[in-house]
Design a protein around this ligand. Structure first.
Ligand code: FES
Length: 137
């Protein structure tokens, strides 16, 4: 897998997303609860763009009439027909045995750690004020 710098962390607001083209693939990067998640921007049902999906919570019920929300914002609900997917691994909660979105590893690294060249020039103090989001495809 190759590593691709797709954005500064500050470019994708909490709860928001950014669509990027990586090697001809339409990939959507979400920023949820301080983490970044990268998924193919295509619902495996009928192809809706997942950038339009709602970021919802996982809802479970230990007994009738009792509902619990967890992992708030980490579940994607497709805008077209409402199928739900786990943002962390692309797994469907509509048909968990058969359907999954392609997901990609994401890392956040400080700009100064990304690339080092063979030559060393005179340096001056620099302050890094934000970080970059890296997606592996
Ligand atoms: S296209 Fe996503 S649920 Fe149908």
């Amino acid at each position: 897998m190759a590593r691709h710098i797709v954005a500064r962390t500050t470019e994708i607001p909490p709860g928001g997303n950014k669509v990027v083209d990586i090697a001809g693939r339409d990939i959507v990067v979400f920023h949820i609860n301080g983490e970044f998640f990268a998924l193919l921007n295509r619902c495996p049902h009928e192809g809706a763009p997942l950038e339009k999906a709602a970021c919802v919570a996982r809802l479970t019920s230990p007994e009738p009439g009792v509902y619990q929300r967890s992992r708030v914002g980490e579940m994607l609900r497709c805008a077209w027909h409402g199928w739900e997917f786990d943002m962390r691994n692309g797994q469907s909660w509509f048909d968990p045995k058969r359907v999954k979105i392609r997901s990609y590893p994401v890392a956040v690294e400080r700009g100064e750690e990304l690339q080092k060249g063979p030559y060393v020039a005179e340096t001056f103090p620099v302050h890094v004020e934000d970080s970059y989001v890296i997606v592996e495809v």
